[in-house]
Design a protein around this ligand. Structure first.
Ligand code: ANZ
Ligand code: ZN
Length: 859
């Protein structure tokens, strides 16, 4: 009998079909078991899969398979994030329909996923553009609306002229559209918002619950939410004549937000955002109007994010008006400045150039006073101004603003106090202003409400109707879904708004003629709850039954790209909290553990892209080496969260390893015959030692792999499995097939080690393992439903270990010592072993590296 060679191209399609036919990956929903929900971020159906997909989904698949063998009830689903602009653009280009393009791509990707051997329960597939799914997205929208979390309002928004739609703040990076990278403009438009800011504090606080998330992702979310403690302080506007009103009314007051009320005495001018309501009225008909208008028009093309960046050149203009500083009655000039944004704080700022770098640069540019009111003790001005309450100095020769803690000077009764963020001076001044009704403590968030409406066809229609009699009316739940019309000619420029049959409807309240809302929802609404639908994908009464979601959720291991650190993950956390408050969920956070996989780059560390021509197509690699080798390679080459540089030599190496492991399993089972690894020549003693070592390795490696899975260290798990194959081949080389067959002890070890090897590799190389399980081990049932091998830590312990003895960095001898030998004993044995090499030298130092070596420094 000769061994059947390893042939992935024959066994992979065969097992894929058998698994499909047997419904092997159907979720069992066995409440007697503990659950594990393993989820990878669902893909956009963009066409062929790329290596990034392969890496993302291989990680998830290995984890899911592992948990299943560990006896958990596992949910491991897959679907498609199928709405969005690329489908629409492709349809326009090919004069086709987005649905056609989308579903064709889904078929292609699904076939690739099957070829990779991924263990999804395809019966639970969620496709975002399927009315059975988006219907429930609309239903959730209506619940949000009922709770007061939906608002339609007019405000300046980000508009991408390329994509012809508005964008959420999160979708604009450095002034560019997240999708097309074109420049984003500001427009005043009436749009739909989700009031995510109502949850700002909780979204921030609950980051503390997320022990299983990478620190950097939590940090990015915290920065995005951007909580600032500070105060609102009221300034009074002087009339056009420069006189303060005798009895100021609410209309005369402009409130600022500041994190540094302690610096009020250093306020030398007052700033308004270019979009500040009422700004143009202040300057209308005056000599200042033209200059102010120029600043206002100059910001229309720049995003808020870009404007707030420190390094941008600042522009401003004097308005001709003055404000009264509430702390000392001083009049300060009012300017418009383009680095003040309208949607943060109040859009008005007390400028303190000595303490704020942006104000400092503005003051330098426009020659405004810089009054030093806070000093470090090493400042040259300190001896002169320390303890001085009244103002003596109104200019400094500093290079930059002073934003650290310091001592207040020239600050009236607060002089001498410690100033700075969260300093005693802050509390003292706020306290006094509050007592006079001129200010109060507040908290500001950088997070803005989520702009969810899009002016595009291929999205989930917002379920609302505009009635001339009743106003804005929600579509009744029983009328859902509001379906996208299929007969639309996008190439001819038709949109939902021009589609008469869609637009014209009747009002659900009064029955009169009315118009449908024609905006669709941001596709990020689809991805904010799909993980809940997987728990109950065919529910026709609700988006999901609460008991199903509560059983499976939260997701135990979520895997996806770092590019979703803010958008998708923040929105999903928000949805989860609202659905909890609606009584549908009983937990606060959707994803307990998050793994952000690194990128797959080319061998030079460049990202793969069609334009660079350096793309490695997964299908080509499968055709060459089989899916199992690709899977094992991608996990072996790097820790999952680090970038991986593609190296086909490495893939060939893994393929060779799979062949070697294949032969070892055959050999252990006596199925290799002429092709055994046996090489005559070893003594009986050496053979016994090799056997003992193999047994130790078998226990050690199983324990190590379990440990590695706990920390998602798939690369070191594979390395450990390779060590077990090394021990096995050493044993097979030293012990002949006849000896092993004739010894009951050997036979038992052989079969056991073969089984362990196959099981350990089953999550990584599922087809390889399944074939050996049946054809060589002769077992029934799938290897993927078998229990994970047990291990005994006691048996994993080596009795003796071999240590190298180095003298001045060179290995001079090897010694065997008891595994638990004391350090002093090891030193003594080591020194004795190299006596000759130490002849005539002075031993300066002896260091023992446990399990590895004894290092001797001698002169
Ligand atoms: C006076 C002051 C003095 C400030 C000082 C800082 C330092 P964070 O920490 O990000 O919350 N600010 C307030 N509203 C603004 C707006 N709409 N556009 C641009 N800047 C605005 O920043 C808060 C600080 O940013 C506020 O505190 C205000 O400047 C400025 F030594 O007030 B500060
Ligand atoms: Zn009506």
């Amino acid at each position: 009998m000769t061994m059947k060679p390893y042939n992935p191209h024959e066994i992979e399609p065969r097992w894929q079909k058998e698994w499909d036919d047997a419904d092997l990956y159907k979720v069992t929903e066995d409440p007697s078991k503990s659950k594990k929900y393993v989820l990878e971020m669902f893909p956009y159906p963009s066409g062929d899969i790329h290596m990034g997909h392969v890496r993302n989904y291989t990680i998830g698949d290995v984890v899911a398979r592992y948990y299943k063998m560990r006896g958990f009830d596992v949910l491991h689903p897959m679907g498609w994030d199928a709405f969005g602009l690329p489908a629409e653009n492709a349809a326009i280009k090919c004069n086709s329909h987005p649905a056609k393009w989308t579903y064709a791509n889904i078929d292609t990707q699904k076939a690739s996923f099957k070829r990779m051997g991924f263990s999804y329960d395809w019966d639970r597939t969620v496709v975002a553009c399927d009315p059975e799914y988006y219907r429930w997205g609309q239903w959730i929208f209506l619940q949000f609306w009922k709770r007061g979390l939906v608002e339609r309002r007019n405000s300046p928004v980000n508009w991408c002229p390329n994509c012809a739609t508005v964008l959420a703040n999160e979708q604009v990076t450095e002034g560019e559209c997240w999708r097309c990278h074109g420049a984003v403009e500001k427009r005043d438009l009436t749009q739909w918002y989700f009031k995510i800011t109502d949850y700002a504090q909780e979204l921030l606080d609950d980051l503390d619950q997320l022990d299983g998330w990478p620190e950097r992702v939590k940090q990015m979310q915290a920065n995005w939410i951007g909580r600032s403690e500070g105060a609102e302080i009221d300034f009074v506007l002087c009339g056009p004549d420069g006189e303060a009103p005798a009895e100021p009314t609410a209309d005369d007051v402009i409130t600022v937000f500041t994190t540094r009320p302690d610096t009020l005495f250093g306020c030398s001018f007052f700033l308004l955002a270019p979009e500040y309501k009422g700004l143009m009225e202040l300057v209308e008909g005056t000599e200042y109007e033209a200059a102010v208008r120029e600043v206002v028009e100059g910001v229309a093309k720049v995003s808020a994010v870009e404007r707030a960046q420190g390094d941008r050149e600042k522009h401003g203009a004097f308005t001709g008006r003055y404000m009264v500083n509430p702390v000392n009655g001083e009049k300060v000039p009012v300017w418009v400045a383009d680095y003040i944004v309208s949607d943060y704080g109040t859009g008005a700022v007390m400028a303190v150039p000595c303490g704020d770098q942006r104000d400092f640069e503005f003051a330098r540019k426009y020659d405004l006073p810089i009054i030093p009111i806070i000093l470090g003790e090493d400042d040259p001005l300190y001896p002169q101004l320390n303890g001085v309450q009244e103002r003596r100095v109104t200019s400094v020769d500093w290079e930059a603003a002073y934003d650290a803690e310091g001592v207040l000077v020239q600050s009236g009764k607060y002089t001498g106090m410690v100033g700075g963020k969260h300093s005693p001076a802050v509390d003292a001044i706020i306290g006094d202003l509050a007592a006079e009704g001129k200010g109060k403590k507040t908290v500001q968030f950088r997070l803005r409400d989520w702009l969810i409406s899009r002016q595009r066809y291929w999205g989930n229609p917002i379920p609302a109707v505009h009635c001339p009699e009743c106003g804005l009316v929600p579509v009744p739940e029983e009328d859902l879904p509001v379906r996208l019309p299929e007969d639309i000619d996008l190439a001819a420029g038709e949109t939902l708004a021009t589609h008469e049959a869609f637009v014209n409807t009747t009002c659900p309240v009064c029955g009169g003629p009315a118009k449908r809302e024609t905006d669709t929802m941001d596709t990020f609404t689809c991805s904010s709850w799909y993980y809940l639908r997987y728990t109950d994908p065919h529910n026709e009464e609700l988006p999901f039954a609460p008991e199903k979601a509560n059983r499976w959720m939260p997701v135990d291991q979520y895997i996806g790209g770092i590019e979703h650190a803010i958008l998708h993950l923040l929105y999903s956390r928000f949805y989860t909290k609202v659905l909890r408050d609606l009584g549908l969920l009983e937990f606060d956070e959707p994803f307990s553990n998050l793994l952000c996989q690194g990128m797959v780059k080319d061998e030079h560390g460049e990202t793969m892209s069609k334009s660079k021509g350096n793309v490695i197509a997964p299908e080509d690699m499968i055709a060459e080496y089989g899916a199992d080798a690709v899977r094992a390679y991608i996990l072996f080459m790097a820790p999952p969260d680090k970038d991986l540089l593609w190296d086909e030599g490495g893939l060939a190496g893994i393929y060779k390893f799979m062949n070697r492991a294949w032969r070892i399993v055959n050999d252990l089972m006596g199925a290799a015959d002429e092709e055994t690894l046996y090489q005559p020549g070893a003594s009986e003693d050496e053979g016994i030692k090799a056997l003992e070592q193999l047994v130790r390795e078998r226990h050690r490696v199983v324990g190590k792999v379990v440990d590695d899975f706990d920390r998602n260290n798939f690369n070191t798990a594979l390395a450990a499995i390779m060590e077990l194959t090394n021990a096995a081949s050493d044993y097979l080389r030293k012990c002949s097939p006849e000896e092993r067959a004739g010894c009951e002890g050997s036979r038992a070890v052989d079969a056991e080690v073969a089984e362990v090897l196959v099981k350990l590799l089953a999550p990584f190389a599922p087809h390889w393992a399944e074939e050996l399980w049946h054809a060589v081990l002769g077992k029934d049932g799938s290897v993927h439903t078998q229990p994970w091998p047990e291990f005994d830590p006691e048996q994993a312990k080596a009795d003796e270990v071999e240590l190298a003895v180095q003298v001045n960095g060179k290995v001079k001898a090897k010694i065997m010592v008891a595994a638990d030998a004391a350090e002093d004993d090891i030193k003594a044995v080591g020194l004795a072993a190299v006596e000759a090499a130490l002849e005539g030298k002075d031993v300066k130092k002896v260091v023992v590296v446990p399990g590895r070596l004894v290092n001797i420094v001698a002169k």
